[in-house]
Design a protein around this ligand. Structure first.
Ligand SMILES: Cc1ncc(COP(=O)(O)O)c(C=O)c1O
Length: 365
């Protein structure tokens, strides 16, 4: 039987001998080195601003991303909420992509807890015309107008998760910065996977962060930390961010144990994302070869592969029976995500199982 110590450093089995979990890059477990950093962390009461490890993480992240302030929060969902709420008053609206995480997967928190409505536009990252985005922003002054809701924030997601980890070009980000500035509204980035976007585009993370008023960046996705995200903002918004974090129950105490994992992740797990991207590209090429028309390798820019199947739930179930876990993001679309805990052997095993299942599918229309 595993002792507590052996359990604490165990890695998930990859490859033919155990399940290969490709549902998400959130399934990673802390590495032994990360656990050592956590165990050695200096801690204090973060709610009093006295946790040295949290402070170190916040200062490091703010500097890395070229903004004045960073606030450690438990999750990306909370990060998005508190950042957006710091710019969006009750009764205003946020413009986001139709498929955005803040619209799809955050339990309607902006409306339920924030009193904010969302207005969605498809293809914000690439196909939406800038003129249409500009026209959607309702930035009139309220004076004398008692009808029309006011837009307070334009929200971007980089990488775009439901689009299969697509990367925003820096040029498009700059165009959105200019749109938001011209309208006098804030520009927010859900940068849960900003690190993947930076590595894929061979640009510094701060270049991708520069256009934004606020960002939420995650440490617990591809970077492999067990918990934690950071809200990046200016000094003028940081009090509001901290107040909302507290209001939601997100102010923590000896959180340095978690912050140490986050710092370790930022120091050691960003550059290696290139390996996840390579494995995703290899898997996409293999699956496209096995089942032409079901996978488009050209769309694979980071660590996600989207696959079209007849019945995504049934396909995922059959793959699981053969030790490969994949996610269904719609009735007919599978999402496969590479990450820190999957090696080449795991990808080869998954590739052969998934390719066989795809070959058994009816041909793509
Ligand atoms: C793009 C994106 N934003 C935000 C989140 C929310 O992060 P969390 O699960 O830490 O709340 C996720 C989660 O996977 C995500 O993919």
């Amino acid at each position: 039987m595993a002792t507590p110590a052996s359990r604490s450093t165990r890695r998930p089995a990859a490859g033919p001998v155990g399940p290969v979990d490709l549902r998400s890059d959130t399934v990673t477990r802390p590495t032994a080195a990360m656990r050592r950093a956590m165990a050695a962390a200096e801690v204090g009461d973060d709610h009093y601003g006295e946790d040295p490890s949290v402070r170190a993480l916040e200062e490091y992240a703010a500097d890395l991303l070229g903004h004045e302030k960073a606030v450690f929060v438990p999750s990306g969902t909370m990060g998005n909420f508190v950042a957006l709420r710091a710019s969006a008053a009750v009764g205003t609206e946020i413009i986001a992509d139709t498929e955005a995480h803040i619209v799809t997967y955050e339990m309607g928190g902006l409306a339920a807890l924030g009193g904010i409505q969302t207005r969605t536009i498809p293809g914000l990252a690439d196909t939406a015309e800038l003129a249409d985005v500009a026209a959607a922003i309702r930035s009139h002054s309220i004076g004398g107008n008692y009808n029309m809701v006011r837009t307070s924030v334009l929200a971007v997601e980089n990488t775009a998760a439901r689009a299969g980890g697509r990367v925003w070009s820096p040029a498009r980000l700059d165009q959105f910065r200019d749109l938001a500035a011209a309208a006098g509204i804030a520009l927010h980035c859900d940068g849960a996977r900003l690190w993947n976007a930076a590595v894929a585009g061979a640009v510094e993370p701060r270049r991708l962060a520069e256009p934004f008023t606020t960002l939420s960046v995650c440490l617990s996705k591809g970077l492999g930390a067990p918990v934690g995200s950071l809200v990046i903002c200016d000094a003028g918004r940081v009090d509001e961010v901290r107040q909302w974090r507290r209001r939601l129950g997100g102010a923590m105490r000896q959180a340095g144990v978690l912050a140490a994992a986050g710092l370790h992740a930022l120091h050691h797990h960003v550059e290696r994302l290139v390996e996840d991207h390579r494995r995703a590209a290899e898997l996409a090429a293999l699956l496209a070869n096995a089942a032409p028309g079901r996978v488009d390798p050209k769309q694979v820019e980071t660590n996600m592969v989207l696959v079209e199947v007849a019945d995504a739930g049934r396909f995922a179930h059959r793959a699981a029976e053969q030790g490969v876990l994949v996610g269904a993001i719609s009735p007919t679309i599978l999402r496969i995500v590479t990450h820190l805990d999957v090696d080449d052997a795991g990808i080869h095993h998954a590739g052969s199982v998934l390719a066989d299942l795809l070959r058994a599918e009816p041909a793509a229309a």
